[in-house]
Ligand binder design. Structure first.
Ligand code: PLP
Ligand code: COI
Length: 341
């Protein structure tokens, strides 16, 4: 299919409706077959579970055009599995994982004219999501649900692309111990909005959340996990039961060890240790790896030695290897790349 006439290189991270999206409804204990729709709107009861008690969840993954012109996406089976975990925690019906991946493939194939060309700097962001569509007035799970998948071409999540970010340590908590921080519930993002608006007003790009119980350990940001690099070149990422198990982070830890021969550890990271690190980055589907140059803790600045101009050298190697795998110029581990067309 001929590509749309879009200024791919200047896209931000925004929504642009594309031609087709997948829709499936759950009623009387079963999902229907689902279909591709041209209707970008949703009509539901005023009393729908999502509107009253925020029963909703989502996923995010990307499709890429490879150098040789194929369209692929990255580890969609892990997104399907994570959404299944999310649904179980939110008392929502799991959408079968194989059909989930098929729905993603159908949507990308049906909108292949919106998949940004190789080398354009843009990618196709895919947003599978589910919400309680049936009416509930007492606090209980909805009896009906809708699962949808749409896609939209996007550029970098942070303005300025790969320019190092300045973040602040937040006074707000993102997730409680034994709460919902480890799943992709819409409610986690609703309650982060005040913190991010305030951070932006104060000139910061993002919030660093600490663990809610002790406020001494690094958790994650509103939409990405952390990776740090020690002065002796070891890659470190925080381990916590209340952060989202990022697919990008899990992939990067593998890349660090198996492609770059680096030591890589997932462990608790005391905030006091952050000043000792050489590099810091935010990683996620939207963020890819966005370098952090400065972390501000109530006026006290931690300036990463990698500086405010470029990515640190280890972060750059991780970035180049991961994006090379995603875009087909570096051989991927078995099962990481899903061919669409
Ligand atoms: N942490 C949070 C809170 C997120 O919303 C995301 C985005 O999905 C991530 C981390 C990164 O996860 P992934 O790499 O699977 O996109
Ligand atoms: C993603 O990276 O896919 C996310 O869902 C994060 C969100 C903040 C855009």
């Amino acid at each position: 299919m001929e590509k749309k006439n879009i200024d791919w290189g200047n896209l931000g991270f925004g929504y642009m409706p594309t031609t087709k999206r997948f829709v499936s409804n759950y009623k009387d204990g079963a999902w229907d077959e689902g279909y591709l729709s041209t209707d970008a709107t949703v009509q539901i009861s005023e009393c729908a579970g999502v509107l009253q008690y925020s029963q909703s969840c989502f996923e995010g993954l990307k499709a890429y055009t490879t150098e040789d012109g194929r369209i692929v996406c990255f580890r969609p089976d892990l997104n399907a599995a994570r959404m299944a975990d999310t649904c179980r925690r939110l008392e929502m019906p799991v959408y079968p994982e194989d059909t989930w991946v098929e729905a993603v493939k159908q949507v990308v194939a049906a909108n292949s004219d919106y998949v940004p060309p190789y080398g354009s700097g843009a990618t196709l962001y895919i947003r599978p999501f589910m919400f309680g569509s049936g009416p509930v007035i007492g606090v209980s799970p909805s009896g009906e649900y809708q699962f949808r998948v749409f896609c939209t071409p996007v550029g970098p999540y942070f303005k300025g692309g790969v320019k190092p970010l300045t973040i602040r340590v937040s006074d707000y908590d993102r997730a409680a111990p034994h709460g919902t921080g480890h799943i992709k519930a819409g409610l986690n993002y609703a309650m982060s909005l005040h913190a991010i608006v305030e951070a932006h007003e104060q000139g910061y790009d993002e919030n660093m959340y600490l663990d809610a119980a002790t406020r001494t350990k690094v958790e994650e940001t509103g939409g990405a996990n952390f990776i740090f690099v020690t002065k002796d070149g070891k890659v470190v990422t925080p381990k916590s039961d209340s952060i989202l198990p990022s697919i990008t982070r899990r992939s990067l830890m593998y890349v660090a060890k198996e492609y770059l021969g680096l030591e890589a550890e997932e462990r608790e990271v005391p905030f006091d240790e952050v000043k000792e690190f050489a590099e810091c980055g935010l990683c996620g589907t939207a963020a890819v790896i966005s370098p952090v140059g400065k972390i501000v803790d109530h006026g006290k600045e931690i300036c990463l030695p990698s500086g405010m101009t470029d990515m640190g050298p280890v972060t750059k190697k991780l970035y180049d290897t991961l994006t090379g795998i995603q875009m087909g110029s570096i051989k991927a581990p078995e099962g990481w790349i899903c061919e669409i067309c």
